[in-house]
Design a protein around this ligand. Sequence first.
Ligand code: HPA
Length: 271
Amino acid sequence: MKQQQLNETVAFLKSAGIKNPKIGIVLGTGLGKLVDEIAIEKEIAYAEIPNFPQATVEFHSGKLIYGELSGKKVLVMAGRFHKYEGYDLWEVTYGIRTMHALGIQNLLISNAAGAINLSYKKGTLMLIEDHINLQGDSPLAFKGANVFGNIFADMLAPYSKEINQKIKTIALENNILLHEGIYTSVVGPQLETRAEYRMLQILETDAVGMSTVPEVIVAKQLNLPCAAISVLTDECDPKNLQPVDISEIIAIAGKAEPKMILLFKELIKII
Ligand code: HPA
């Protein structure tokens, strides 16, 4: 049933001209400008793709973009799906399974996140080195999930050490401050209480957000090497918590975006 759904989606996209993409990219909140750097060959709204979930959050445009970036064929999800929009985790990760079935060999993810580690300032980038899943759910927990791969996927290294090393080198060469750390995913969409931020500090996570982890778990089931970078958009200090405004989060993500774009573009040249 689910396999058939996916087959239909993939057959449609192949017939629409999406052939052999090498790298899949998921663009997070306020991080859509990478698309301007792509020599676009095909742009397909999620609404036109059979069985594809529809993006509901207004600042996510919701389209799949295929083209060339840094000399490689890339497939970009401009707009992702979150559990907080009311999707189940199969739907949240449907795009990852679709891109994998179309042949991507690496997955690059971006997101906006709050800084729990208070030495990491807003507007800086963090390379995700490990994660904590606080969404209370798994994208591999459904009947028949083993058709797609091992559901007992090990999580020893959910983020490719090899790709991360390349990203760190690029950051160093380009004078980009790139923190490294642990990302915790929560459901949202409300932000956290002071008590929850204190809990996250005790958990020794460095950042918190509402995405990415389900996508990475699916990539792991599919043996798809992946890397993820957070833009830290706010500082989550429980002793001095400021009201967070989603438009400010988007604005800060936008300011950090050129650094993210540079890292992705340079990386794509060498993977
Ligand atoms: N919490 C959860 N998600 C977020 C935050 C935050 O503080 N900032 C950006 N995304």
